[in-house]
Design a binder for this molecule. Structure first.
Ligand code: 5GP
Length: 237
């Protein structure tokens, strides 16, 4: 039993608590679901448990493939133990197929498959609507170093290779996703989460969205769709 001590942050879908070990935190996945930088909100029963187990499965798969992550272990149905990180205030997005904000921003057609995966940085700032930024913003504002930028790109592309393969094997397409990184004892580690809340997954046969777009677009069956993906990947819920 890991004791939850001080609440150190309450995000839109997760809460982080200090534990008796100052370098480890307890990450609690809630059912709260949000979109459009927190403007649309709802609690979806069972989502916290699915996302916690989904994330554990993905983090363990990445770890086995030499991607260093903050994940330590599952503690409860909706709780995981993680290493404490000093997070960089940026989001790393990789896209394989055009959709979402990219289509709105560049006026490109939905569904175009890129010749090569596309990497983008966004600033983590809900009030500003998470604006697109480039490498130079990161170094000029001191949010990260050139070395960290290169490392984030390298790891995020590596995650893409590993996860595209994993999803493809079970009839799913990893369309795009967002990851975040943080520092711990001089190294850069994958932090936050990898769940259907922060990626787009399409069924290869039907093209159906099985991710948070179901919530964003009011398509219904949000948790049920996450369950379908988990089941296909062999995740025990
Ligand atoms: P887009 O830029 O098209 O809105 O999102 C690109 C990808 O990153 C999608 O898979 C989306 O779910 C994820 N993403 C972008 N920003 C956020 C964010 O602030 N929170 C979460 N959970 N995912 C995000």
């Amino acid at each position: 039993m890991i004791e939850k001590l001080k609440l150190i942050s309450e995000g839109k879908a997760k809460s982080l608590y200090e534990t008796s070990n100052s370098s480890e935190l307890l990450m609690v996945y809630r059912d709260d679901t949000s979109a459009f930088d927190g403007k649309k909100k709802e609690a979806l029963k069972g989502k916290g448990i699915i996302n916690n187990k989904f994330n554990a499965f993905i983090m363990e798969h990445l770890s086995k493939n030499n991607v260093e992550t903050h994940f330590i272990k599952l503690i409860e149905d909706n709780e995981s133990l993680v290493r404490r990180l000093d997070m960089l205030p940026v989001e790393c997005v990789v896209r394989n197929i055009a959709t979402g904000s990219l289509c709105r921003r560049l006026g490109v057609e939905e569904g175009i498959k890129f010749k090569e995966p596309l990497f983008e940085f966004f600033l983590k700032d809900d009030d500003l609507g998470d604006p697109l930024i480039n490498d130079n913003h990161i170094t000029a504002f001191g949010w990260g170093t050139e070395e960290e930028i290169e490392k984030m790109k390298e790891i995020t592309f590596r995650i893409n290779d590993l996860l595209c393969k994993l999803f493809e094997e079970v009839g799913l397409i990893l369309v795009d996703y967002k990851v975040e990184y943080g520092r711990s004892s001089g190294s850069l580690l994958l932090g936050d989460e990898f769940t259907p809340d922060g990626c787009r997954i399409w069924d290869v046969e039907t093209g159906e969205s099985l991710d948070k777009d179901r919530f964003r677009k009011d398509l219904g069956d949000v948790v049920e769709s996450y369950q379908i993906v988990a089941h296909k990947l062999g995740i025990t819920l």
